[in-house]
Design a protein around this ligand. Sequence first.
Ligand SMILES: NC(=O)c1ccc[n+]([C@@H]2O[C@H](COP(=O)([O-])OP(=O)(O)OC[C@H]3O[C@@H](n4cnc5c(N)ncnc54)[C@H](O)[C@@H]3O)[C@@H](O)[C@H]2O)c1
Length: 262
Amino acid sequence: MTGRVEGKIALITGGAQGLGEAAARMLAKEGARVAITDVNIEGARKVAEQINATRKGAAIAIKHDVTQPEQWVHALAETHKAFGGLHVLVNNAGISAGSDVEATSFEDWKRVHEIDLDSVFLGCKYAIPMMAETVKATGLGGSIVNISSISGIIAGHNMAAYNSAKAAVRHLSKSVALHCARKGYRIRSNSVHPVFIATPILDPLVQRFGKEEAYAKLARQVPLGTIGEPDDIAYAVLYLASDESKFVTGAELKVDGGISAM
Ligand SMILES: NC(=O)c1ccc[n+]([C@@H]2O[C@H](COP(=O)([O-])OP(=O)(O)OC[C@H]3O[C@@H](n4cnc5c(N)ncnc54)[C@H](O)[C@@H]3O)[C@@H](O)[C@H]2O)c1
């Protein structure tokens, strides 16, 4: 039996921890070779080493600030050097921000958009040419998976910048999908919209209320009654990365315990 993304090459940003780490492990488990990038190179190396301990040569770690164009060029070149191309780009790196429109400084507004939105633009812009070549050469389909948020679909009073950036990621994903389709690249582009998932991104809340109470507070807002686990999102990434979703592009996959159904 072969893996669901056997033979594919993937680059996952923000792969040192949380959802990026889970996606990298999942894709590697299902047969992909993965480039794990992050500003936290120590964390990325640790994840890559653990993957390589079970599948030698399946992972590399690259220091990469997703807001910097030249670092995208470098990360893609390193991936090409190690694995020979790229089929799957997971634009996952991001930060959360909780403040209302009046309380948000212009600096914070710009920083959130830089890390959560500009990074996705840069990733698509720089990766698509290499992905198109790899798809052509290998015959395996290409896929861009952009990790937005349920906050890109439903708004909160105190999430001005995050709501804005994540909503833009949703729409950018659709523009990229249509561009790639028009060009005949066989590269799809979709967005994923998680609700609260247990990762270090929730640390500020955990520090304030303690883990149990923080998670319970969030869970009370979710119809299914719990917050999610990183693998809940990794399975969505796996589906969109694999050719099982070959007819899915420009879609938004909500993994939200039902919160947006209300
Ligand atoms: N966990 C959740 O509840 C949740 C819900 C909805 C959406 N998301 C989104 O999922 C993505 C991953 O979140 P997470 O929960 O794993 O967060 P996390 O904080 O655990 O991990 C984020 C990773 O991104 C890296 N990173 C931050 N800025 C970077 C930069 N400029 N360049 C490169 N790497 C950078 C960090 O070093 C870290 O390893 C984010 O885009 C987040 O907005 C998370």
